[in-house]
Ligand binder design. Structure first.
Ligand SMILES: [Ca+2]
Ligand SMILES: [Ca+2]
Ligand SMILES: [Ca+2]
Ligand SMILES: [Zn+2]
Length: 761
């Protein structure tokens, strides 16, 4: 967790009257701490807690905002942060508290750290914490691996939530280098006379080269150095090109925050951050990570150029500002506010930078040509244009990037109004009143003031409405047009003072199904909706043969051996939708081929392969096989029959759903016939020797006793062993013509017909 230390912040807003002398920040911190310790109920505190100051802001009129973090029996409390607001003389005026309930729990975990660690791959770090960020506080394990953090209930081991530790610019996606155009860079001259991409005027902010490594540690990156201090060539061939974009973007962002809000760097402590380019983990993306206090940028991907434009660089930098201030948790509505904060400042810096090659707009990442069609990552004026984000709050949770649409559109509407502007047009949601814009500067100041003073880690959309209204009151007064515009702009995106009632219907998830071809289906989809009113169902990718009625009844007869992932969509009368999808496996029994009647002699070698057609792997079983034969689960029958008989064999193929098909065939085992003759035979005369060669007789070799070889006329008869395929018979007359014959001898004494050949000379 990044804490900002103690720093003084003054806004550029002018105080109406001569301000009283401002208190020392250390004094303000001590006052706030003692106020809380005297009456812990003001921050939903208990006796076993300690508080540490992470930020102190003193406004021009002397009012103080001291941000504190909480520990419980020494354990960090997630969502335990709060801000103490006091008057110029140190009296408590109010508090903004992240948690809903007082913490009361045992600090002994039932689940071991080792067991909790198994929730994240690799060698994660486990920390025992109190999770007060949602509902009743519980003892929890925070398990941190590479880029991901899981919060597990330490009593039950149940996952409470997963949080991306890395703030990605885009949610998915994925080119070529883009340019900030000719820009000036502030660099550092090294002892050897070369230059390094380190900005000494901005806290030594540096851009380094990841050399295409995947998420390297900062120590594993290389410095960018240059002999003549002219960096990059506008193409990706020079790795410094992206570094120019980023370093210049950081310079502009730093100056914007300094000039506009008096903020001295990301954590308001004058420290520069590290930026890493050519990091393959961020290809087609960009990210901020608190743990390294660094930004990462990759190359482009198939869908877009590298995300190194001004708005993206400022977006990542602003994630650091959020971490150092409200520390909005990166999930749910607080995550949506976190993302929107980065888009808002990304856009404000783009306007302030006024780079002629990057005309300002309310689009995020438009220079990266998303989708190859000039698209952007996000559209603040019309978030739904990306197909995923929302611009009218419906109460339903989503990915933080899609949720950011609501506060993004609030900001656009507050700055530019709801009527057609130079940039766009943002018609208020569902007939809300039109809004007159107050301009970017005022809108930005209201957001920054709220972020640093009135937002905490668990701030929701309706709480953000309250926070920005307090900002508008601080900066412009409660009767101001600015105050009214803030309220109207939130209403225009359907965020009201009381938390939103969920508008979207809720569909009951449908479990994965397995059915058979030929089955008739009757499946009722169900959904609820808080507003009542008739719900209408539709479906996509239903299995062939099925239809869905408007009432959600799915009927029909399954006809195709196939799987699908149907989506059932429910729509309420206002057009809000919910979707569930599931896996639907439709299968048919295996089709088994009949091998026909089989006939085999006793002792013969058997090899019979049964065949079945099915989409899946089948398993075989056999009954009634002749003695001496066996079948395996692959459908192969082997062995040698040991006795005669008429058998009826049933072979059954079973698919992975347990559906079986069988075939029954006759298998007759007959008595052993005469042994088979040798199929081929050759003989040659060499001198007075005759060499005889033959191929072994077919059949079971174990039944063959040997071969009888006869030379005629007048030649000898010799018997050779079963394994032999040749023999030499000596002492014959080379002038005579001979023939040779070979007979196969069975072990039981029977003989084959002879095979005969002439002896060659
Ligand atoms: Ca632009
Ligand atoms: Ca832009
Ligand atoms: Ca509804
Ligand atoms: Zn982001």
């Amino acid at each position: 967790m990044i804490t900002a230390g103690i720093a003084v912040m003054t806004t550029t807003t002018q105080a109406a009257a001569a301000p009283p002398p401002l208190p020392d920040p250390g004094r303000a911190a001590a006052d706030a701490t003692s106020v809380v310790q005297r009456d812990r109920s003001t921050v939903r505190g208990g006796p076993d807690e300690k508080y540490a100051v992470s930020d102190v802001l003193v406004d021009p009129d002397g009012s103080r905002h001291v941000r504190l973090h909480r520990t419980y029996h020494g354990l960090e409390v997630l969502g335990g942060d709060f801000v103490v607001h006091s008057t110029a003389d140190g009296r408590l005026s109010s508090t903004t508290v992240a948690q809903d309930q007082v913490i009361k729990l045992s600090t002994k975990p039932a689940v071991s750290a080792k067991k909790a660690a198994a929730a994240v791959r690799g060698k994660p770090a486990t920390t025992l914490v109190v999770d007060a960020a949602a509902g009743t506080p519980v003892l929890a394990w925070r398990v941190r691996g590479d880029g991901v953090e899981k919060i597990l209930d330490a009593s039950t081991g149940k996952l409470r939530r997963t949080v991306d530790d890395i703030r990605m610019s885009g949610h998915a996606g994925t080119g070529h280098g883009q340019l900030s155009g000719p820009v000036t860079l502030n660099t550092t001259r090294r002892d050897d006379g070369s230059y390094q991409l380190v900005d000494p005027d901005r806290g030594n902010s540096e851009t380094r080269n990841a050399l295409r490594r995947n998420f390297p540690a900062p120590g594993d990156t290389a410095a960018f150095t240059d002999a003549d201090n002219a960096w990059g060539d506008g193409t990706l061939a020079d790795p410094a090109t992206l570094a120019v974009d980023v370093q210049h973007g950081v310079q502009q962002t730093w100056d914007f925050f300094q000039r506009t809000y008096g903020r001295n760097g990301i954590a308001n402590d004058g420290r520069g951050a590290l930026a890493i380019v050519h990091d393959s983990s961020a290809d087609g993306n960009a990210s901020w990570s608190d743990s390294c206090f660094c930004m990462r940028f990759g190359a482009g991907d198939s869908r877009k150029k590298a995300l190194t434009s001004q708005d993206i660089v400022a977006h990542e930098w602003a994630h650091g500002v959020t971490s150092a201030t409200a520390d909005l948790q990166y999930w749910g509505q607080s995550g949506g506010l976190n993302e929107a904060t980065s888009d808002i400042f990304g856009t404000l810096v783009e306007f302030a930078a006024a780079n002629p090659v990057d005309p300002p707009d309310y689009l995020i990442g438009e220079q990266s040509d998303v989708g190859g069609e000039g698209g952007a990552l996000r559209y603040m004026d019309d978030p739904a244009r990306d197909g995923r984000s929302i611009g009218c709050w419906d109460g339903a949770d989503r990915d933080v990037h899609y949720l950011s649409g609501v506060p993004n559109r609030f900001f656009y509407t507050l700055a530019e109004g709801s009527a057609r502007s130079a940039w766009s047009e943002a018609t208020p949601c569902r007939g809300a009143a039109p809004v007159t814009g107050i301009g970017r500067d005022k809108a930005g100041a209201i957001w920054y003031h709220a972020l640093t003073r009135y937002m905490v880690s668990t701030t929701t959309f309706s709480e953000a409405r309250a926070a920005t209204l307090r900002s508008a009151e601080d900066l412009h007064g409660k009767d101001s047009t600015e105050y009214a515009a803030v309220a109207a702009a939130w209403t225009a995106v359907q965020v009201e003072a009381t938390p939103s009632v969920k508008q979207t219907p809720t569909i009951v998830p449908i479990a994965d199904r397995t059915d058979r071809v030929g089955d008739t289906v009757r499946l009722q989809a169900e959904a609820t909706d808080l507003q009542g009113g008739p719900l209408r169902f539709t479906a996509e990718e239903l299995p062939k043969g099925l239809t869905i009625s408007e009432d959600g009844l799915i009927t029909g007869t399954l006809v195709e051996d196939a799987w699908s992932t149907p989506a059932i969509i429910v729509t309420d009368p206002d057009g809000y939708k919910d979707v569930t999808d599931f896996w639907w496996e439709v299968h048919a029994p295996p089709v088994v081929e009949d091998p026909g009647p089989q006939r085999t002699e006793v002792d013969a070698l058997v090899e019979l392969q049964l065949k079945a057609t099915d989409r899946e792997y089948v398993q075989w079983q056999f009954t009634g096989l002749p003695d001496g034969l066996s079948g395996n689960d692959r459908g192969r029958v082997t062995g040698s029959p040991t006795r005669e008989g008429a058998f009826e064999v049933t072979a059954t193929a079973t698919d992975s759903h347990g559906t079986a098909s069988s075939v029954t065939f006759a298998w007759t085992i007959t008595a052993v016939g005469p042994p088979a003759p040798v199929p081929e035979l050759y003989a040659f005369m060499t001198g007075s020797d005759v060499q005889v060669l033959w191929f072994t007789a077919p059949g079971n070799p174990e039944t063959i006793a040997g071969y009888e070889v006869t030379i005629s006329p007048d030649g000898p008869t010799v018997t050779v062993d079963a394994g032999a395929i040749t023999t030499i018979i000596p002492d014959l007359d080379p002038t005579k013509e001979y023939t040779v014959s070979v007979v196969t001898l069975h072990r039981d004494g029977r003989r084959s017909t002879p095979t005969t050949a002439e002896v060659w000379k």
